[in-house]
Design a binder for this molecule. Sequence first.
Ligand code: C5P
Length: 319
Amino acid sequence: MTSVTVRVPAKVNLQLSVGPPRDDGYHDLVNVFHAVSLFDEVTASDDLAARPGDAPAVVSGGCSVTVAVEGESADQVPLDGGNLAVRAALALAARAGRPPGVRLLIRKTIPVAGGMAGGSADAAAALVACDALWGLGLAREDLMDIAADLGSDVPFALLGCTAVGTGRGERLVPVEVTGRFHWVFALAEGGLSTAKVYSECDRMREANGEQVGWSQAGETLMAALAAGDAEALGGALVNDLQPAALMLCRPLARTLEAGREQGALGALVSGSGPTCAFLAGSADQAAALAMALEVAGVCRSVVTAYGPVPGAAIIPARP
Ligand code: C5P
């Protein structure tokens, strides 16, 4: 039996500028992605023997994929063709001449439907793990192409670090960052549907008669990243989806306020939410802020992390 394990980070959006809806239903974005040290792990194994409690395998074109999920909100992750990691394995198999199959084990730490691209991260990890397991050796650009077809955030989960995404977020240019930024994430009860948050954003803009202009990566934001200046970065964080996320999940306003009151340098909803992200000036300040948010009781749980960190990468087998 052979297996390959890949570790893959969550992301927070430092800037998420959303254009008007396109004909294909997506929105053009200026999306400054930042990978943080909150990791899922995906193990791909060629041991296809059925185990008690297994979900039925998803079979397509002769390739069979079984998936099991452990950890953070594992019961909310689909085990059928709706699982993006399963779709990733099948897409790679189709590209590679359909190997016999794979068993995927996903160990979750990234919140499910939390606005931190956990599903996309698992898909990116599955691509890297299956590529290695099946000995395909595909070029990174080929994996990036497959990733972009799977979802807007999947290419960034392969790349990691910090990058500006345009188009629907899949066209990436890496950004130079000095040093390390310290984050606190407040995880919410339940998740939010990304598609619903985008629709709510469109609805609110229309109701308010808001004109949406052309956007680019903010100069202050880019300068703060280059200088490693957490205070300047905190003031430059932007998320156009935040009003929509707050409309769909009202308690988040209180969560953000609590973080600001406790001295966060910046506070925003992560992507389409409902996770809230807070920037701190140091690891110690992040730990103190996390404790204060726990005590305030304004969220389900709190985690600290730092960024940037690299994208999906194989980790050595455990003894
Ligand atoms: O690409 P992904 O499957 O992650 O997107 C999920 C949903 O989010 C899309 O179906 C779409 O409704 C919305 N979306 C969007 N514009 C983007 C990215 C996502 O409208 N640039």
